[in-house]
Design a protein around this ligand. Structure first.
Ligand code: UD1
Length: 357
């Protein structure tokens, strides 16, 4: 089978790494990078570190408004799919790259396989929610990480081509956790195991809103331990634009650093007292490593983490964040709700089953 895989944003590199390896055992893969993320620290570093093959094509689309960015990708992907004539287009997650890949393929009647299908926040003001709903409705093979995601699809009438495969991020986490050198990384960041919180903020609803971003910064200053905060480029720009850099600096506890590599993230996360984040993927990674999480949003797609007591929703409310951090604990149970770390093989098997080897 010939598969065109379309990736473009940081979390997609982490998800694609194990699937590329499994897929290439028996199939031909053409890897396309849309260029949505283009900074070295947001892109190349992950290809090198996770051993992802170099992209066959880089569309170099870069940043832009949602419509413009997605539209530019759409035209370029269409040309490429016409030329490559694959049997399947494989997309990941919920970014503008995912939507453009799925839409270009569906219009050419090329079957779409969607990794991380069925996730819902039920908040259509999130660009990611629009992207994932549309992508699921265009997909022939829906590769679901959790039982909840299958139920979400069923509620929208999608039952054909749906497979429970587990979470491909767990495959990457397992593989990498074995090789990562935690002590070196912690020393480089000047922190001790359990002596700090790890934070990330990049969601448009938080980082583009001066009030919410300010409340998050004020909360970080009050959590009682150093906060190591690898800052996403959009958030870095907005901390400066909203005049929040002084608040960060004067807190004494907040340490903003450049975006971290995957290995650095694994080391910082697995040794943290807790994670403070609005990322979807990192809520799960915290669960994988047994680290409690405070989510800086009012809802989550990863409902299992909350139901099992490992994650608390605190929005962008200063008092709620501080209270949630104060109440963090590590529940006794951490059942394998995200599968067994072999989701990539299950993804390939499901594509073969539905689209023919
Ligand atoms: C995108 C995804 C989000 C995902 C996130 C992971 C969409 C709608 N959002 O958000 O779901 O969780 O990636 O990081 O697709 N920028 C740079 N350098 C880069 C990339 C971005 O400077 O390499 C800056 C630019 O100012 C850009 C802004 O960040 O305008 C936002 O980037 P964009 O790719 O549009 O969205 P993300 O916030 O990264």
């Amino acid at each position: 089978m010939k598969v065109v895989t379309i990736v473009g944003a940081r979390p997609q590199f982490i998800k694609a790494a194990p699937v590329c390896r499994s897929l290439r055992v028996h199939h031909e893969e053409v890897l396309v990078h849309t260029g949505q993320h283009y900074d070295r620290a947001m892109s190349e570093v992950f290809f090198e570190e996770l051993g992802i093959p170099a992209p066959d094509f880089n569309l170099a689309v870069g940043s832009g408004s949602h419509g413009r960015q997605t539209g530019e990708m759409l035209g370029l992907i269409e040309d490429l799919l016409v030329e490559q004539a694959p049997d399947c287009v494989l997309v990941y997650g919920d970014t503008n790259t995912t939507l453009a890949g799925a839409l270009a393929a569906a219009k050419l009647e090329i079957p779409v396989a969607h990794v991380e299908a069925g996730l819902r926040s039920f908040d259509r003001s999130m660009p990611e929610e629009v992207n994932r709903v549309v992508t699921d409705h265009l997909s022939a093979v829906l590769l679901c990480p959790t039982a909840a995601s299958i139920a979400n699809l069923a509620a929208e009438g999608i039952t054909i081509g749906v497979e429970l495969v587990g979470d491909v991020m767990l495959d990457t986490a397992r593989r990498y956790a074995e090789t990562a050198s935690h002590a070196d990384t912690l020393a480089r960041f000047g922190v001790e195991p359990g002596g700090y919180f790890l934070a990330t903020v990049h969601r448009a609803g938080n980082s583009d809103d001066p009030e919410r971003l300010a409340a998050i910064v004020r909360a970080f200053a009050r959590v009682g331990k150093p906060v190591v905060w690898p800052v996403h480029p959009r958030t870095a720009k907005n901390l400066a634009a909203f005049g929040l850099a002084d608040l960060v600096a004067s807190s004494g506890l907040i340490r903003t650093v450049e975006p971290a590599s995957y290995g650095e993230t694994v080391a910082l996360l697995s040794n943290a007292a807790g994670l403070l984040t609005d990322s979807g993927g990192m809520q799960k990674e915290a669960y994988f490593f047994g680290v409690p999480c405070v989510t800086l949003r009012d809802e989550t797609e990863w409902v299992e983490t909350v139901e099992l007591g490992w994650n608390r929703l605190a929005g962008a409310d200063e008092a709620r964040i501080v209270a949630a951090v104060a109440s963090l604990d590590r529940p006794a149970q951490r059942p394998p709700v995200y599968g067994d770390g072999h989701a990539a093989e299950a993804v390939v098997a499901a594509i073969e089953k539905h689209l023919g080897a």
